[in-house]
Design a binder for this molecule. Structure first.
Ligand code: IDP
Ligand code: MG
Length: 139
Protein backbone atom coordinates (compact mmCIF):
# COMPACT_ATOMS: atom_id res chain seq x y z
CA UNK A 1 0.00 0.00 0.00
CA UNK A 2 1.29 3.47 -0.85
CA UNK A 3 0.86 5.99 1.94
CA UNK A 4 1.45 9.73 1.82
CA UNK A 5 3.86 10.01 4.73
CA UNK A 6 7.60 9.76 5.24
CA UNK A 7 9.96 10.26 8.15
CA UNK A 8 13.08 12.44 8.35
CA UNK A 9 15.83 13.43 10.74
CA UNK A 10 17.99 16.51 10.36
CA UNK A 11 21.25 14.94 11.49
CA UNK A 12 23.78 16.34 14.01
CA UNK A 13 25.88 18.01 11.28
CA UNK A 14 22.87 19.88 9.88
CA UNK A 15 21.95 21.13 13.37
CA UNK A 16 25.57 21.95 14.31
CA UNK A 17 26.13 23.89 11.07
CA UNK A 18 23.00 26.00 11.52
CA UNK A 19 21.00 24.51 8.64
CA UNK A 20 17.74 23.65 10.45
CA UNK A 21 15.86 26.67 9.10
CA UNK A 22 17.13 26.38 5.52
CA UNK A 23 16.42 22.64 5.32
CA UNK A 24 12.90 22.96 6.77
CA UNK A 25 12.26 25.78 4.30
CA UNK A 26 13.48 23.56 1.44
CA UNK A 27 11.21 20.74 2.61
CA UNK A 28 8.08 22.87 3.01
CA UNK A 29 8.68 24.68 -0.31
CA UNK A 30 8.86 21.25 -1.96
CA UNK A 31 5.26 20.72 -0.83
CA UNK A 32 5.68 18.63 2.32
CA UNK A 33 3.47 19.35 5.29
CA UNK A 34 4.89 18.78 8.78
CA UNK A 35 2.74 16.26 10.66
CA UNK A 36 5.00 15.94 13.74
CA UNK A 37 8.33 17.47 14.76
CA UNK A 38 10.76 17.17 17.66
CA UNK A 39 14.16 18.67 18.60
CA UNK A 40 15.86 15.89 20.53
CA UNK A 41 19.02 13.86 21.05
CA UNK A 42 19.39 10.10 20.63
CA UNK A 43 21.20 8.03 23.22
CA UNK A 44 23.67 5.53 21.73
CA UNK A 45 21.20 2.83 22.71
CA UNK A 46 18.25 4.35 20.85
CA UNK A 47 20.41 5.20 17.81
CA UNK A 48 21.48 1.55 17.80
CA UNK A 49 17.85 0.46 17.80
CA UNK A 50 16.80 2.94 15.13
CA UNK A 51 19.55 1.71 12.79
CA UNK A 52 19.24 -1.99 13.69
CA UNK A 53 18.61 -2.84 10.00
CA UNK A 54 22.21 -1.75 9.30
CA UNK A 55 23.72 -3.85 12.14
CA UNK A 56 25.76 -6.02 9.78
CA UNK A 57 27.15 -3.15 7.75
CA UNK A 58 30.77 -2.08 8.38
CA UNK A 59 29.81 1.51 9.24
CA UNK A 60 27.16 0.58 11.85
CA UNK A 61 29.17 1.50 14.97
CA UNK A 62 30.34 4.80 13.47
CA UNK A 63 26.79 5.60 12.38
CA UNK A 64 25.38 4.94 15.85
CA UNK A 65 28.01 7.05 17.61
CA UNK A 66 27.63 9.81 15.04
CA UNK A 67 23.83 9.92 15.27
CA UNK A 68 24.03 10.13 19.07
CA UNK A 69 26.77 12.80 19.04
CA UNK A 70 24.48 15.84 19.08
CA UNK A 71 20.90 17.07 18.81
CA UNK A 72 18.75 16.27 15.80
CA UNK A 73 15.33 17.26 14.47
CA UNK A 74 12.94 14.35 13.85
CA UNK A 75 9.81 14.89 11.77
CA UNK A 76 6.97 13.13 9.99
CA UNK A 77 6.13 14.66 6.60
CA UNK A 78 3.07 14.39 4.41
CA UNK A 79 2.73 14.74 0.64
CA UNK A 80 1.49 12.60 -2.26
CA UNK A 81 4.11 9.96 -2.97
CA UNK A 82 6.03 11.18 0.09
CA UNK A 83 8.72 8.48 0.41
CA UNK A 84 9.88 8.60 -3.20
CA UNK A 85 9.57 12.37 -3.60
CA UNK A 86 11.49 13.01 -0.39
CA UNK A 87 14.33 10.69 -1.48
CA UNK A 88 14.49 12.80 -4.66
CA UNK A 89 14.86 16.12 -2.86
CA UNK A 90 17.51 14.81 -0.43
CA UNK A 91 19.75 13.29 -3.13
CA UNK A 92 22.22 10.40 -3.03
CA UNK A 93 23.65 9.06 0.25
CA UNK A 94 27.08 10.38 -0.69
CA UNK A 95 26.77 14.19 -1.02
CA UNK A 96 29.52 14.15 -3.65
CA UNK A 97 27.13 12.15 -5.84
CA UNK A 98 23.96 14.05 -4.93
CA UNK A 99 22.31 16.02 -7.74
CA UNK A 100 22.82 19.80 -7.68
CA UNK A 101 20.11 21.53 -5.67
CA UNK A 102 19.32 18.53 -3.49
CA UNK A 103 19.53 18.92 0.29
CA UNK A 104 22.61 16.72 0.62
CA UNK A 105 24.29 18.52 -2.28
CA UNK A 106 23.60 21.88 -0.65
CA UNK A 107 24.13 21.15 3.04
CA UNK A 108 26.16 17.94 3.54
CA UNK A 109 29.90 17.41 3.48
CA UNK A 110 30.48 13.64 3.80
CA UNK A 111 28.79 10.26 3.39
CA UNK A 112 28.47 9.73 7.16
CA UNK A 113 27.51 13.30 8.07
CA UNK A 114 25.03 13.71 5.23
CA UNK A 115 22.57 16.22 6.76
CA UNK A 116 19.31 14.27 6.51
CA UNK A 117 17.66 10.90 6.85
CA UNK A 118 14.76 9.87 4.62
CA UNK A 119 12.75 6.65 4.93
CA UNK A 120 13.26 4.14 2.12
CA UNK A 121 9.74 2.61 2.09
CA UNK A 122 6.21 3.24 3.33
CA UNK A 123 6.63 0.42 5.82
CA UNK A 124 9.83 1.89 7.27
CA UNK A 125 8.35 5.39 7.29
CA UNK A 126 5.58 4.09 9.56
CA UNK A 127 8.00 2.21 11.84
CA UNK A 128 10.45 5.13 12.06
CA UNK A 129 7.73 7.72 12.72
CA UNK A 130 6.34 5.56 15.50
CA UNK A 131 9.85 5.26 16.99
CA UNK A 132 9.67 8.98 17.88
CA UNK A 133 6.03 10.01 17.99
CA UNK A 134 2.85 8.85 19.69
CA UNK A 135 -0.52 9.15 17.93
CA UNK A 136 -1.29 12.29 19.98
CA UNK A 137 1.86 13.99 18.68
CA UNK A 138 0.91 13.61 15.00
CA UNK A 139 -1.14 16.42 13.48
P1 IDP B 1 20.43 6.57 3.12
O1 IDP B 1 20.51 7.46 4.33
O2 IDP B 1 20.69 7.35 1.86
O3 IDP B 1 19.14 5.79 3.04
P2 IDP B 1 21.70 4.09 3.91
O4 IDP B 1 22.41 3.18 2.97
O5 IDP B 1 20.36 3.67 4.42
O6 IDP B 1 21.62 5.53 3.21
O7 IDP B 1 22.68 4.34 5.13
C1 IDP B 1 22.21 4.95 6.32
C2 IDP B 1 23.23 6.01 6.75
O8 IDP B 1 24.44 5.38 7.08
C3 IDP B 1 23.60 7.03 5.67
O9 IDP B 1 22.69 8.10 5.57
C4 IDP B 1 24.94 7.49 6.16
O10 IDP B 1 24.81 8.43 7.23
C5 IDP B 1 25.54 6.23 6.71
N1 IDP B 1 26.35 5.53 5.69
C6 IDP B 1 25.91 4.87 4.60
N2 IDP B 1 26.92 4.36 3.87
C7 IDP B 1 28.04 4.71 4.54
C8 IDP B 1 29.43 4.48 4.29
O11 IDP B 1 29.83 3.83 3.32
N3 IDP B 1 30.29 5.00 5.22
C9 IDP B 1 29.87 5.71 6.31
N4 IDP B 1 28.58 5.95 6.58
C10 IDP B 1 27.67 5.47 5.70
MG1 MG C 1 18.39 4.33 4.32
Amino acid sequence: MRTNRTFTMLKPDAVENGHIGAILDHITKAGFKIVAMKYTKLSAESAGKFYEVHKERPFYNDLVSYMSSGPIVAAILEKDNAVEDFRKIIGATDPAKAEPGTIRNLYAKSIDANAVHGSDSDENAEIEGNFYFSTQEKF
